[in-house]
Design a protein around this ligand. Structure first.
Ligand SMILES: [Zn+2]
Length: 249
């Protein structure tokens, strides 16, 4: 079975298919679970509703993207409140972190650290976004996570030494389908032990082929490439990733 730890299913203007058809296609394509990654108020609401409508397929991720924190404080506040009120229904804290592309780094850090604490308190895996702030993100997680807690670095673009640091900390790395054309993600797969790898799509983004819309079942491309790099057959790689997923969720 296939597992997508990070998808944005609310972008209905980008998908050419209605959400219920996407859900049907997921089942047809042997999807085990998809983590719907909330990033702001509207997507968190969507995540929650979708997980209630498709409880066997969709896991609710509630999150607050650093971009939202940087760009719109009043939205961030509402979003944060929604997360707190609905956290009992969440299966992950999706998409939190730091993004150096946007200003207000101290405010970004404040929300990031707070949501890490919410995740710990509620025993929820943390799905981390980081861009141009990889080292800071690693330092913050190291500082606030004592002991074992599932950390998933999604689409991690940091350099080798930072990847190694994440590996040594026992964190997971989720690999998107564009690994088929990304040297960086291929290097990451090579470096990271199989038991710390997961698959994601970041749908509708990061499709295996440039310019296409991405869908959750495209994790099959990630599995294929992971199998190739690790010298396994695809079924073996798929099974191990399933085990990794089920150890967390
Ligand atoms: Zn994302």
């Amino acid at each position: 079975m296939l597992f997508d730890v990070h998808a944005h299913l609310e972008f209905n203007e980008m998908y050419k298919t209605p959400i219920d058809d996407i859900m049907k296609q997921c089942k047809k394509n042997k999807m085990g679970k998809v983590v719907s990654a909330g990033i702001d108020l509207a997507s968190n609401r969507f995540s929650l509703e979708l997980s209630q409508k498709y409880p066997n397929l969709v896991l609710c991720g509630l999150g607050l993207h650093p971009e939202t924190v940087a760009q719109d404080l009043s939205e961030a506040k509402k979003c944060y409140q929604f997360i707190k009120e609905n956290i009992k229904n969440a299966k992950a804290i999706s998409e939190i972190g730091l993004d150096g592309k946007y200003p207000s780094m101290s405010r970004q850090k404040e929300y990031f650290i707070d949501l890490i604490k919410q995740g710990i308190k509620n025993r929820l895996p943390l799905i981390i976004h980081t861009r141009k702030a990889e080292k800071e993100v690693i330092e913050i997680i190291e500082e606030h996570i004592k002991g074992k807690h599932p950390i998933i670095l999604h689409c991690f673009s940091g350099k080798k030494s930072l990847i190694q640091r994440g590996i040594d900390n026992g964190w997971y790395f989720s690999i998107p389908p564009n690994v088929v054309r990304s040297q960086h993600f291929q290097m990451l797969v090579q470096l990271c032990p199989l038991r710390q790898l997961l698959t994601e799509t970041d749908s509708p983004f990061l499709a295996p082929f440039s310019g296409e819309v991405n869908y959750p079942w495209n994790v099959s491309y990630s599995i294929k490439k992971i199998a190739e790099i690790k010298g396994l057959d695809e079924k073996e790689a798929e099974n191990i990733i399933q085990m990794n997923f089920q150890a967390i969720f």
